[in-house]
Design a protein around this ligand. Structure first.
Ligand SMILES: [Zn+2]
Length: 79
């Protein structure tokens, strides 16, 4: 991933290290937060997030397609 890439974010903020996070169930993390709900940040112009929270939008992928579809097609091991 590089600066300038189009991305969507996963607003579930887990630690990225526990069993729940490692298995893709970051919403069950003991330190879970939801961006914009339990921590500030959804309406800001810029935000700093761990790269694991980002999913690159492939070239040719229309913004109007469902973000859920994008997350469901990410490569194994990418959460
Ligand atoms: Zn965790």
């Amino acid at each position: 991933m590089r600066a300038g890439d189009r991305v969507v974010i996963n607003a579930n903020l887990g630690c990225g290290e526990c069993d729940a996070c490692q298995s893709g169930r970051d919403n069950l993390c003991q330190t879970w937060h939801l961006l914009g709900e339990t921590v500030r940040g959804m309406y800001c112009e810029y935000i700093s997030l761990p790269v694991r929270q980002l999913c690159k939008i492939p070239d040719g992928f229309d913004y109007h397609q469902s973000p859920r579809r994008l997350w469901s097609t990410r490569p194994p091991g990418i959460q």
